[in-house]
Design a protein around this ligand. Sequence first.
Ligand SMILES: C[S@@+](CC[C@H](N)C(=O)[O-])C[C@H]1O[C@@H](n2cnc3c(N)ncnc32)[C@H](O)[C@@H]1O
Length: 301
Amino acid sequence: MTVEGRHLPVLLEEAVAILQPRTGGRYLDATVGLGGHAEALLIESAPTGHLCGMDRDVEALALAKGRLSQFGDRIELFHGDFAMLGAIADENGWAPFDGILFDLGLSSFQLDDASRGFSFMKEGPLDMRMDRQGGGKSAAELLTRLSEREITRLLQDYGEERWARRIAARIVEERRRQPLTSTVQLARLVAGAVPRYAWPRQIHVATRAFQALRITVNDELAKLTHGLQNAVELLVAGGRICVISFHSLEDRIVKETLRGWARLKPPRVHVLTKRPIIPTEREIEANPRARSAKLRAAERC
Ligand SMILES: C[S@@+](CC[C@H](N)C(=O)[O-])C[C@H]1O[C@@H](n2cnc3c(N)ncnc32)[C@H](O)[C@@H]1O
């Protein structure tokens, strides 16, 4: 997922080709992360292209700030949730944009920092909040409060986990004995709940459970729906929206949202990607994190 501690932007060339950055253009990176895509957009739109970048994660934003400072006042960064994009853009006088990018999920920087609790490979607190300033509930708090049935549902719905019931039962059993507070504790518990013969070959046995919890902790699917609806209103006619997702549920939301806009009378967008653009074998080899990426895009009518 990381190469020497860096985050490699996924589908970078493809996203830039879709967004067609140009001199004087105005762009929004709604998930600026460590600024990889943002940097490419700024280079391609030199010398006068402008980019607004936002992220829920203040720590990622601080790193993006360092990386992008070379672009001076061509870049504006903002700590915020893209579900609130409309209000944030209004307040800051940002809109309209010629191109908007969403690169969903986590950056390698977040995954690699054990203290964030995203990784089942590293001992850390069971946190998983992208925005630790925002005051939302951590994964540990959720697992303490939710009923066995609710835990089963979230594992099934957001992790497509076949062994959801067994894992939920183990979680409830464990929390009666001692609080569930650490990533490795949860990963071991999941491994113990799933029969050995059913362990997936390609991924760690706890991957799906961790993913489901992360999606719930950060309310990722509802935020994506709001973010997309806000974003399309901020585009100029001919402006483009480009979304890179890493999860089938996210991709479904993106696909249906873009198609829904295209079916309106008059259509709000023209869909540019009948099928999603996916990474080449070469990109996946260089960056396994790209494996499940899908890019969809549309142009505002
Ligand atoms: C895959 S990373 C982006 C990487 C970036 N494109 C780059 O090249 O460095 C996704 C980023 O989106 C942020 N994010 C996820 N959900 C968000 C939301 N609802 N609002 C704002 N940022 C969000 C995460 O904190 C993370 O930094």
